[in-house]
Design a protein around this ligand. Structure first.
Ligand code: GLU
Length: 468
């Protein structure tokens, strides 16, 4: 049987980092085992589900490289089918109509609390004659087996058992005619031929109910793997208050999808003591059964470190895609793909994030500089350097465009240094300030080549007019 996993988010908000981790594990486990991924948007809660959230989920998954093999399917589209299965159970005597009012249920719970019993539906409508119920408003409840237990061998958590008497008769169809989560999930998982249900451990308590339900419906049982949740540095379950939790916010902060994926995988999964993994490696090596059981702590520092590692070795074409996105986002002029591919390798080693890379190569993207590091100028420039800088500017002007190459630029520089009896550092820093506005850039010759002849000369002249 081929493996089929699904990611089943509810579209009530953006794709947060915990959800993204579930999507990632579904994807990697499927890839490593020749399986298929399905994306199912669980939009049955019409009040809280939004189109924007669906877009944010699809956008987040796409950015991470987790586009599903099948889907997105929308759970709400299968409404009739969910109801039909509930009615089948009703007809087969495995479900029943319950007419208990809210007041009645409240009173029942109150009584149970007083007696020190765990509050739960006591099944009082189970054996009523359906004919006696008339038109009374009702829900459909499942007849959970009484006595005995339900157990499964969780691929991550090991064996899990629940006493059936712990589980009450869950509602399958609400009084407004809408199917509940447990019914919809079980029917959809079956219809989509899902063989592995991989989800957060907050769903463990649903699993015994879903197993009973699918057995009553005559469906085969998938395997289950419940992943430990992510916690923030303070040990609490990861939530919005831990800062950037939408995956797309990580994009905005300049992280690479490969680094985010690598980081998320390493939270709880290991392969020897290897820290750095490419997506291709993960798609070959990952196995959900090797996930640890304890909650993982999200640590932004480590993510930053990994991002730097990925930036260094990334294919410039992949970085160009991200850099283009950041350029556009900042409203900067895009220099064209070829030029980006020429620029990027000079900054890969120098930047830990794409935001940093953009800052560092910004001087190459803008027509003119609008700001200079004044402290840098005060430190590195003095009138005594003006003759040398003017000379350099003139000599560079004499260099034809066709000779604007590293060895020629270097020769001009060296000549000027010799003529003015200056050391390289003395001239390079003010030139760097003139060309980039800052004191940090790639090697000075490379900087000139990257910037181009015209802009170099313009900027030197402008600088000399400013520092009069
Ligand atoms: N829609 C559920 C959620 O977002 C997931 C259901 C499942 O994976 O079974 O938590």
């Amino acid at each position: 049987m081929t493996l089929r996993t699904r990611f089943a988010p509810s579209p009530t908000g953006f794709l947060h980092i915990g959800g993204a981790r579930t999507a990632l594990f579904c994807h990697l486990h499927a890839r490593a085992h020749g399986g298929t991924t399905v994306l199912r948007i669980e939009d049955t809660d019409r009040q809280r589900s939004t189109r924007e959230a669906v877009e944010a989920i699809l956008g987040g998954m796409h950015w991470m490289g987790l586009d599903p093999d099948e889907g997105p399917f929308f759970q709400s589209a299968h409404h009739e089918r969910h109801l039909a299965e509930a009615h089948r159970l009703l007809a087969e005597g495995r479900a029943y109509r319950c007419t208990c009012s809210v007041e009645e249920l409240d009173a029942m719970r109150e009584e149970q609390r007083e007696k020190g019993i765990k509050p739960r539906y006591d099944g009082r409508c189970r054996d009523r004659d359906p004919a006696s119920l008339g038109d009374a408003s009702s829900v459909i409840r499942f007849k959970t087996p009484r006595g005995g237990e339900v157990a499964w061998n969780d691929l991550i958590q090991g064996e899990i058992r629940f006493d059936n008497d712990e589980l009450d008769d869950l509602i399958l169809v609400r009084s407004d005619g809408s199917p509940t989560y447990n019914l919809a999930v079980v029917v959809d998982d079956y219809d989509m031929a899902i063989t592995l249900v991989l989800r957060g451990e907050d769903h463990i308590s649903n699993t015994p109910r879903q197993i009973h339900l699918l057995e009553a419906l005559g469906y085969p049982r998938p395997e289950y793997a419940h992943m430990p949740l992510l916690h923030g540095a303070d040990g609490a379950k990861l939530s919005k208050r831990h800062g950037a939790v939408s995956v797309l916010q990580y994009r905005e902060e300049g992280f690479l999808p490969a680094a985010v994926n690598n980081y998320l995988v390493r939270l709880g999964w290991s392969h020897g003591d290897q820290e750095f993994f490419t997506m291709q490696e993960l798609e070959r090596l990952f196995d959900v059964t090797r996930l640890g059981r304890s909650a993982s702590i999200f640590n932004q520092e480590k993510l930053l470190w990994l991002n730097g590692q990925h930036m260094r070795v990334a294919d410039p074409a992949d970085l160009a895609k991200e850099l283009s996105w950041h350029i556009e986002r900042q409203g900067l002029p895009h220099p064209g793909q070829d030029r980006l591919l020429a620029i990027i390798p000079h900054f890969q080693e120098r930047s830990k994030t794409m935001v940093e890379m953009l800052e560092k190569c910004r001087f190459l993207l803008v027509d003119q500089l609008h700001a200079y590091d004044d402290a840098g100028i005060a430190h590195h420039y003095s009138q005594a350097l003006r003759p040398a800088m003017e000379d350099l500017c003139k000599r560079l002007k004499d260099l034809e465009q066709s000779l604007w190459e590293l060895p020629h630029v270097e020769a001009v520089f060296k000549d000027v240094l010799a003529g003015h009896q200056l050391k390289m550092g003395k001239l390079a820093q003010p030139v760097r300030l003139a060309l980039t506005g800052t004191t940090v850039s790639p090697g000075i010759y490379e900087t000139l080549i990257l910037l181009g002849r015209e802009r170099t000369i313009d900027r030197l002249e402008r600088f000399l007019s400013i520092v009069q």
